[in-house]
Design a protein around this ligand. Sequence first.
Ligand code: AMP
Length: 188
Amino acid sequence: MIIIILFGPPGAGKGTQAKILIEKHDIIQISTGDMLREEVNSGSSLGKTAKSIMDKGDLISDDIIMSIIEERIKKPDCQKGFILDGFPRTLNQAIALDYLVENKTLNIDQIIEIKVDEELLFERIEQRKTEGDLVRNDDNTEVLKNRILIYKNDTMPVLEYYRDLKRLKTVDGMQSIERVSEDIKKLF
Ligand code: AMP
């Protein structure tokens, strides 16, 4: 059983690196964002609540997120391990996660931050806009800016929390996909 947490602001290449990691370690990816988008598409009551919040790039409440995670990690496909993508995003979620894994006598093996210069993120956002490959409702410039801001305000404290506990490993996300992936590989 291997548990990995991958951090990175929107546009840091987190999704790409997560895909490389799941193949290498034969584990699954748990993306709270993907799960919420499925709820939105299915038209469930949770999906209806989540949609307007997600469209603005704001955060869904910790209670909802924790119940989604708790249910998800019980499933059989998680038994080999999983990579958490987009979770925990707040200090409360991180603390609740610690409690959850401790209760299940599990261990978080790697906590990895893909660190990217904020300027570069805004450049990438502008570039994606001009390339016209915006596929998500929350992928427009203003919303992305809000998501980066929320990352700074709500998620950076989570990184500090893990850093203080000496559990956080940081890789330079300003490099090519291959180099970032090499650096992540070296952590194992
Ligand atoms: P993502 O695909 O990870 O960027 O997530 C898309 C959106 O889903 C976010 O902008 C939030 O509105 C919501 N979301 C995903 N994960 C979380 C989380 N752990 N806590 C709160 N909201 C979340």
